[in-house]
Design a protein around this ligand. Structure first.
Ligand SMILES: NC(=O)c1ccc[n+]([C@@H]2O[C@H](COP(=O)([O-])OP(=O)(O)OC[C@H]3O[C@@H](n4cnc5c(N)ncnc54)[C@H](O)[C@@H]3O)[C@@H](O)[C@H]2O)c1
Length: 326
């Protein structure tokens, strides 16, 4: 027997991750409303079949009512560098916006939430892989605001019975059909290297090659956006009234900056020149997730952990944007 259809509000569903998750919810037979102010998202990023409201999470009470079964909350400012230069923008939008959203949910009686948290809540890890019980000491305002929202949700679950899951993503990458990554400015490694392959940048900067890693460059945990989306659907099923479950989402496997560049060379056939640059402050050598909690509590197993596959999907998406694909 097929599961009954549910109705979800997806904040930030015109963005990269929210758009892919909205598409997965629709494919699973659910009704989806996207709430997005298009500050960094795109109207065409909202999947066909979803209702679209152009608006801010700060005003969520205008639209949220008891007809919704839950909220998936992606809407946020998420550029680390910008958060250092303009921290108040991050506190106002990420924390103030989430506070308003939680109040709207409480008033409407919508009692299930899945929240996009981040590896940036941990800061510099003392050990690797990172588990959810490790210390949280964010090194930038972006991570601090996401951690503040996690704390807010913990209190809401304990006091008011919210069923909540925070998913702490590591490096999201790849694409799903017509939904892919296009941040402006782009700060994520894979799309940046692909911009070199597309001839939109001359070279890729490698920030530090003397880290204590096998090839001296930083190691990060890349997770395919479709694997990530599947975890959100599992999180909706696992959410339990009065509990705030926090799960890391990563592959548990790191790839170095050099391995990513080399994979882009192989996938695209482009030489991709590199430029050596100094280390960036606050860049840990290795950031790799333990996803044991997501496996145990959500029953989640990532099936697209292969870097070549991740880069190939991102490349297919990046070329769609080109007027004349090379
Ligand atoms: N992409 C990653 O690697 C990554 C890693 C960890 C966590 N995250 C988190 O995942 C979420 C989605 O990230 P993304 O990469 O898709 O970013 P994105 O910028 O593509 O999407 C965010 C969306 O939220 C919307 N938005 C922002 N503020 C809003 C507001 N006040 N009201 C309504 N809409 C608003 C934007 O217009 C955009 O469409 C974010 O919360 C981010 O912090 C992303």
């Amino acid at each position: 027997m097929s599961k009954p259809q549910k109705k979800y509000l997806v904040t930030g569903g015109a963005g990269y991750v929210g758009g892919v998750v909205a598409q997965h919810l629709l494919e699973a037979g659910h009704a989806v409303t996207v709430l997005d102010d298009l500050s960094t998202g795109f109207r065409e990023g909202v999947p066909a079949g979803a209702e679209f409201i152009e608006g801010r999470i700060q005003d969520a009470a205008k639209w949220l009512d008891a007809s919704y079964d839950g909220v998936l909350h992606f809407a946020a400012c998420s550029q680390v560098g910008e958060s250092v230069a303009d921290p108040e923008k991050y506190w106002v939008n990420n924390v103030g916006g989430s506070l308003a959203l939680l109040a709207a949910m409480r008033d409407a009686g919508v009692r299930t939430l899945v929240f996009s948290s981040t590896a940036a809540t941990y800061g510099e890890p003392a050990t690797t892989p990172i588990t959810e019980s490790d210390a949280t000491a964010p090194t930038n305002p972006y991570g601090a605001t996401k951690l503040a929202v996690d704390h807010m949700i913990t209190g809401e679950a304990a006091a008011h019975g919210l069923a909540a899951v925070s998913l702490r993503y590591f490096n999201v990458a790849g694409a799903y059909g017509s939904c892919g990554e296009r941040h402006d400015p782009e700060s994520h490694l894979i799309p940046l290297v692909l911009q070199v392959a597309l001839g939109r940048r001359e070279s890729i900067s490698v920030y530090g090659d003397d880290y204590p890693t096998p090839d001296g460059t930083c190691v990060r945990d890349y997770i395919h956006v479709a694997d990530l989306a599947e975890a959100h659907l599992l999180a909706l099923d696992a959410a339990t009234a009065g509990e705030h479950l926090i799960c890391n989402l990563g592959n548990g496997n790191g790839f170095s900056v050099r391995e990513v560049i080399e994979t882009v060379r192989e996938v695209t056939g482009h030489p991709v020149p590199e430029t050596a640059a100094p280390r960036r402050a606050g860049d840990p050598a290795v950031l790799v997730a333990s996803a044991a909690t997501a496996r145990d509590r959500l029953g989640w197993t990532p099936s697209r952990a292969d870097l070549t596959g991740i880069v190939t999907d991102a490349w297919t998406f990046a070329r769609r944007e080109e007027p004349t694909a090379p």
